[in-house]
Ligand binder design. Sequence first.
Ligand code: HEM
Length: 409
Amino acid sequence: MTEESVTPFTPHDAGHVADPDDALEAARRECPVSRVSDVLFVVASDTDVRAMFRDSAAFSNRGNFTIGREDRDHAFPGITNLDPPVHTELRSRLLRSMAPKKLRALGPHVARVIARALDGLPPSGEVDLHRDYIAHIPSAVTYSMIGLPEEYWAEVEVLADALVEAVPAPETSMPEYDRLMELMGRVVRDRREHPEDRRDDVLDNLCFAALGEREMADLEVVMHLRQLFAAATDTTRALIANCVYRLLERGDWARVVADRSLLRNAIEESLRFDSPAQFMTRSVVRDTVVGECPVAAGHKAYLSIQSANHDEAAWGSTARQFDITRQVAVQHVAFGRGIHSCLGAPLARMEAYMAIDALMDHYPLMAAGHRATWEKCGGLLLRRPKEVWAQLVGDIPAVVGTVAGQVAE
Ligand code: HEM
C-alpha cells in the first residue's frame, strides 16, 4: 500500500480502530487536526495533544470517552469526566489514599498476588500469558486497594471488563452495568453500616468524610469506585501484555533477563509504543485554535495518545520502532498530562515491573509461542494483543540439569 492510499485516522472506521498506526501516521502527515464528523476533531500531533491536556480552561473533560454528540450522562460523573472545582476536590480526596507513597506501600500485596498468579502457570509448555497470568494481577491489586471484599472479586471483574470493552457505547443500557451498580451499592452500604470494619482504603475514604469534606451519597461513592475499576484494571493488564509481547517478539527477553536494569525503560518504551489508553476526549468550551486550525466551542476533540507517542516530530525517524534503550521514552503521554494526569501511574509501573521481573526469574528462557500474533483486542479505548502466546521453559538450573543429563548419556 502506498503512503497516499492510506486515509487519515478516524475512530468511526472499524479498520482504523483495529489497526490504527498507518492511518494515524497519515493523519500526522496530512492533517494533524482533522474534522471527522459534524462534532468531532481528531488531534494527532504530540505538541497539540500535550497542549490540550494542559488547557483545562478551553477543553472540558465532560463527554470524555465519547466520540458522538451525546455525552455519557450520569448523575455523578467519575473523576475523568469532571472539571474544576468539583474535580479538584475529588482528586485531592482520592490522593489521600492514592499518593505515590501509599501506592508503593502496596508492594508486598502486589508480590503476593503475583506469586499466586505464577503458581497457576505450568513449568513448561505453550500458554496464553494474558489469560493465564496477566489478567489476574491488576484486578486483584485494584480491588484490594479499594477495599472490595474478596467474595465480590470474580463477578465484579467480569462485569467491569464488559463495560470497558463497550466504550464508547452508552453503558447504562447494559445489564452488566445494572448488576455492577447493585453489587457496589451493597458494598458501600455494608461499610457504612459497619464502621467497626473501617480500614485505610479507598472505600473508607469515600464512605466517610474527613473534617471539612463533603458527605457523598451512596450512589456517588459507587460511581467513583466504578470509575476506578475501569481506570486501573484493563489499562495495567494491557501494559504488562504489550511489554511482554514486544520483548518476546523482538528477541529482547534474554537481554533484559541478563540485565534487569533495562526493564524500567522497556516498560516506558512499551507505554509509548503501545499506549494502553488510546485516546481521551475533550469538549471544546470556547472558540480556540488547535495547531493552526480554528476549533469552535461545542465540538469535541479526540486526543490521540497513540499518535502523539508515535509522532516523528517528537520522537524522530525511529518513532514507530520499539527500542528498549530509547533515551527519553519516559516523556511519553500515555498517562496524560495536566490536572487529570493519571493518579495510578506509580502503581501501574510497579505492577508491570514486578509481574515481568517475576516471569523473568521463573522463565528466563521463555520465547514467543508458535501461535503468537498481534491482533488488537476489541473496543475503541484499549490497545493490547488479544492473546500473548508464549513457550514456557523452566528455570536455568533445571534446563542446565537436563542438558547435563543428555551430555552424560
Ligand atoms: C498502564 C496503566 C494506566 C494507563 C495507561 C492510564 C492512563 C490514564 C490516562 C491517560 C489518564 C488521563 C485521563 C484524562 O486526561 O482524561 C488517567 C487518569 C486516571 N487514572 Fe490512570 N492509567 C493507568 C493505570 C491506572 C491505575 C493503576 C489507577 C489506579 C490505581 C489509575 C487511576 C487513574 C485515575 C483516578 C485517573 C483520573 C485522574 C483525574 O482525572 O484527575 N490509572 N489514566
